[in-house]
Design a protein around this ligand. Structure first.
Ligand code: HEC
Length: 354
């Protein structure tokens, strides 16, 4: 079983850079003309709608500013093609954004999207395409604005255990992100806040098909006898093809008291992205290997985690992950169940687009 999992992780990690996504290049000049005739009245010449314009005033919603590089970079072109084709309502945005699927061909929609994407210089920002699905244990590379609740239930002899984590992630600058976390644990009658975590993540390298980030997180104990910890990780994401994505991370944990008690964790996940619609169920398979630095502290622990991502809102900015973690080696527990609820608050309020 072990060797089988190592093979899978090795494959996940070393995936060939030869796989490329084939799509004919969009014609930006044709897109500019389509924009002038179909979009300019509401979105404005520069991509920033004019708030004083009577047409824009009558909309009652201010269209977002395409010339804003942070906003422009973080929205994947594929999502915008969907909004343009099927209209704002279909993707959880305002219905004032009209569907253009009757008026424009798919190729024209690609051209006009490429033009809209060119309205800001986004070269210094990680592209929204690389904002891949949040895995359960593999660390995510894309810097974002998000609230995440993670619950982990472990069935144990005697007293079952819950670990609850509330995470706040805030985009900083062009490629950074702040991390704040509160950890709550309960086992039997004992239920307490155990830890607060503060950290920072930075995208180190990215393109339209890959992203690599590094992060450092300090865990501060809240309970009296807890020990603090420094965690550092590298996180990598890659789009293999329009329907397959992989992510992996390598995390090192150094407890403040007795750094020898630290551990390394290697995790990887593959997701099948079978549809462009966000409100779907997307299966993934994750593998995690964790080993203490000192072999006297135990051996390598393997787990497999089949999971699904369920887009809840029409635009998928609120989503649920459900997964079961199954030990492949000698762990002290039989299985763990995970529930993650995430809200990407850069894409709208929690209640928008259900
Ligand atoms: C009648 C006015 C109107 C026209 C015409 C129009 N739009 Fe929009 N569009 C809007 C409004 C309003 C929104 C904002 C929806 C929201 O934020 O809820 C929007 C949103 C969008 C978005 C989504 C941005 C986001 O928030 O992620 C894209 C992309 C877009 N429009 C592209 C286009 C393109 C390209 C055209 C021309 C082919 C076009 N629109 C024509 C009004 C219009």
């Amino acid at each position: 079983m072990k060797s089988c999992s190592s093979v899978v992780v090795a494959v996940l990690l070393s995936l060939a850079s030869t796989v490329s996504i084939s799509a004919a290049a969009a014609d930006i000049e044709a897109g500019r003309q389509l924009y002038s005739s179909n979009c300019i009245a509401c979105h404005g010449m520069s991509g920033k709608a004019d708030a004083d314009d009577p047409v824009v005033k009558a909309l009652g919603v201010m269209p977002a500013d395409f010339s804003d590089a942070l906003f422009n970079s973080r929205e994947p072109a594929g999502d915008w093609e969907m909004v343009i084709k099927y209209g704002g309502h279909a993707l959880g945005l305002a219905e004032q954004m009209p569907a253009q699927g009757e008026a424009l061909s798919d190729e024209e929609i690609r051209d006009v999207t490429a033009y809209v994407k060119s309205m800001a210089d986004t070269s210094a920002f990680p592209p929204g395409e690389m904002n891949l699905f949040l895995p359960i244990r593999t660390k995510k590379a894309f810097p974002e604005d998000e609230y995440v609740y993670k619950g982990r239930f472990t069935e144990q002899d005697g007293e079952d255990a819950w670990k609850n984590v509330l995470e706040f992630e805030k985009r900083v600058g062009k490629r950074g992100q702040l991390i704040l976390e509160l950890v709550h644990e309960s086992e039997g009658d004992v239920s307490e806040l155990t830890e607060a975590e503060v950290g920072y993540k930075q995208a180190l390298s990215f393109s339209d098909t890959h992203i690599l980030s590094g992060a450092a997180v300090v865990a501060v104990p809240i309970e009296a006898d807890g020990d603090g910890e420094l965690q550092t990780y590298l996180a990598y994401g890659r789009i293999l093809s329009p329907s397959w994505i992989v992510q992996s991370s390598l995390r090192l944990k150094f407890p403040f008291e007795g750094a020898d008690d630290g551990a390394a964790e290697l995790a990887g996940i593959v997701h099948w992205v079978h549809s462009p619609w966000p409100r779907r169920v997307y299966p993934g398979l994750e593998l995690v290997a964790e080993t203490p630095f000192r072999s006297s502290n135990g051996g390598l622990e393997w787990t497999a985690m089949p999971q699904v991502r369920i887009g809840l809102t029409r635009g998928g900015h609120v989503a649920l992950n459900l997964g079961v973690e199954v030990p492949l080696s000698d762990q002290a527990w039989d299985e763990r169940v995970y529930i993650t609820l995430l809200w990407d608050f850069a894409d709208g309020s929690f209640f928008q687009g259900w």
